[in-house]
Design a binder for this molecule. Structure first.
Ligand SMILES: [Ca+2]
Ligand SMILES: [Ca+2]
Length: 138
């Protein structure tokens, strides 16, 4: 009889743990009409060194497809910093990703796509690497 009871208790514990794991932690809402905030999202490293991983979120259609990327605290949800493209219609943030620590400062850096960037060639696209610590280009 005991052998049948143990799996039942274990299943209840798993169900409760699974339900708690699905609890909403944060919601992030775009602010501009047709910015498409959340177009690309990625988990990021611990950019503010608080012991918790953060998030990388783009709004690729901001300012006529110029685009921006925000790095958010995974613990508090606050915006740690934002990065904007300097090029109109660049599609900055068409994809975002953590990259590992390419400058060896102890913080995971950012890889940001700008698939419609036309710096040298019309709509040739570009990929940019930024410091995860400061949000400055590397
Ligand atoms: Ca953090
Ligand atoms: Ca780094």
């Amino acid at each position: 009889m005991t052998r049948c009871l143990l799996p039942t208790l274990a299943a209840r514990s798993l169900t409760c743990a699974a339900a708690q794991a699905q609890a909403l932690q944060h919601s992030f809402i775009g602010q501009g009409v047709q910015d498409h905030f959340g177009y690309a999202v990625a988990g990021g490293g611990d950019h503010d060194l608080d012991g918790h991983d953060g998030l990388i979120v783009s709004a690729v259609f901001y300012l006529t497809q110029e685009g921006y990327v925000r790095v958010l605290s995974g613990r508090t949800g606050e915006v740690l910093y934002a990065i904007e493209s300097e090029h109109r219609t660049a599609g900055f943030g068409s994809d975002v990703s953590g990259l590992g620590d390419v400058n060896s400062d102890g913080v995971e850096d950012l890889l940001i796509g700008a698939c419609w960037d036309s710096v040298d060639v019309h709509y040739a696209g570009a990929v940019h690497v930024y410091s995860g610590r400061s949000g400055q280009p590397l």
